[in-house]
Design a protein. Structure first.
Length: 281
């Protein structure tokens, strides 16, 4: 084979240079990094969407429960009180629950330090977790929620029996009740209400992964174990009707939590206005 032909074949079969190999690795690494970043962003967006949907469902559940109690109170207005009838007669079963909800509402002129004009926390970056912390360590339970009479409705205990004692305390979870204060806690995942078995609030999210269908109590998750990152503040109108009672009540449903792998808090809120039928008749 001629020498010139041999040299041409040697040049055609030569390997990649070090610069070419490094350039190929750099391109591959760039593509891999971009792909992983896009995947992480997609997972984060999916987690955020799930958190928002879950929190929004909790807010809607509170709003619907308040509307249900209000409408039931109106529909039963012409019935006698439950204490004046026999066990077989219809009576005002939701009167006590409505009265409990509206008994400790705020006035627009009240001092609501820590809340803005919409009765939501003013600085999410410093108060999303601190909303549950006492500002004065020498005074028990003087936190933001207690000062503003925050509460939630147990949406699984809205069957109002004639005896409004223990069942009323199960339906209306308020920071004014010393036994309920510790149920309001910062959100571990997102704003949500954790339920547990009736009469045993310590077994939430624990126990066997299987359910014994012969044990009816294992399916009876009706008591509130924790209200994580969600609360309701009720504000009565400054105007009053002929009977001296407020003409309406605004219920500010608030939530605040820190999303997955995020130091920036997320907050959702809703406001519903329910008119006092006794003041507008």
């Amino acid at each position: 084979m001629p020498l010139k032909t041999r040299n041409l074949l040697s040049k055609a079969r030569r390997g990649d240079t070090f610069i070419e190999v490094m350039f190929a690795i750099a391109i591959f690494s760039l593509v891999a990094v971009i792909s992983i970043a896009m995947m992480n962003a997609g997972v984060a967006d999916a987690e955020r969407a799930l958190e928002l949907v879950t929190a929004r469902n909790e807010l809607n559940a509170q709003a619907e429960a308040l509307r249900f109690i209000h409408s039931s109170y109106i529909s039963e207005a012409t019935l006698p009180t439950c204490g004046s009838v026999t066990s077989d007669e219809k009576c005002q079963q939701y009167q006590a629950l409505w009265d409990a909800i509206t008994a400790h509402t705020l006035r627009p002129s009240d001092d609501v330090t820590g809340l803005n004009d919409n009765y939501t926390i003013t600085d999410l970056y410093t108060t999303c977790r601190e909303v549950y912390t006492s500002n004065d360590p020498t005074t028990a339970y003087q936190d933001l929620l207690t000062r503003n009479n925050a509460f939630i409705i147990n949406t699984r205990e809205l069957i109002a029996p004639r005896d409004t004692g223990a069942s009323l305390s199960e339906a209306y979870i308020s920071t004014l009740n010393s036994s309920d204060r510790n149920l309001f806690t910062p959100a571990l995942l997102n704003a949500r209400i954790i339920f547990t078995r009736t009469g045993n609030r310590d077994d939430a999210d624990t126990g066997s992964s299987t359910v014994n269908m012969s044990d009816t109590n294992s399916l009876d998750y009706k008591s509130v174990a924790r209200a994580e990152g969600i609360w309701v503040v009720a504000v009565r109108s400054s105007e009053t009707g002929a009977d001296g009672k407020p003409t309406f009540y605004d219920f500010h449903i608030n939530s605040c939590w820190y999303g997955s792998n995020s130091g920036v808090p997320t907050a959702l809120d809703a406001v519903i206005r329910l008119y006092n039928p006794e003041s507008i008749r």
